[in-house]
Design a protein around this ligand. Structure first.
Ligand SMILES: [Zn+2]
Length: 167
């Protein structure tokens, strides 16, 4: 037997289910029209206390309710200290000068050694030894433009030497 629509005074068949409460255990049976009207007006948070609504929001936002209110209050002073430290740390951070950009000639010199501005003096030295050996005029008889390459490498090395504060 088909239930009648549970909307007061409606005589149509109640073929559509609508949840009575948030736990979705009980349902109204409405006709299509009244189900649509009910769903439109259904308030998910109806019959919840403000704390329950907050917990639910926290569960949806953070995956779980935040610490229960009582212990949260106990730890409030810690929390305030944490926030203050964070804010102070932040302004300290903001005051620090931005890391100076690597000057263009240094970047170009590093590029000669196939290095990025993150390279260390050690990286430069290692690459320099390999390339200087490869392009040295005494040994690079079979490489075209070896002398030009060698000059480029030597110039780049000088720039980087100065940049890294080496003598
Ligand atoms: Zn109805």
């Amino acid at each position: 037997m088909i239930k009648k629509c549970e909307h007061t005074g409606c005589t149509k068949a109640g073929t559509c289910r609508a949840p009575k409460s948030r736990d979705l255990k009980e349902y109204w049976f409405f006709c299509r029209e009244h189900a649509a009207e009910y769903n439109k007006n259904w308030n998910f948070y109806a019959n919840m206390t403000a704390d329950e609504i907050e917990d639910d929001w926290e569960r949806q936002t953070f995956g779980a309710p935040l610490r229960d209110k009582q212990s949260a209050n106990q730890d409030a002073s810690d929390y305030v200290k944490f926030i203050n430290d964070f804010i102070n740390g932040r302004s300290e951070f903001d005051r620090r000068p931005a890391p100076s950009k690597t000057p263009g000639p240094v970047v170009s010199a590093l590029r000669v050694f196939d290095l990025t501005p993150a390279a260390t003096w050690r990286d430069v030295g290692a690459k320099y030894r390999v390339l200087a050996k490869k392009y040295h005029p005494d040994t690079a008889h079979n490489i075209k433009n070896a002398a030009t390459e060698f000059t480029k490498i030597a110039d780049a090395y000088e720039i980087l030497k100065k940049h890294f504060g080496k003598k």
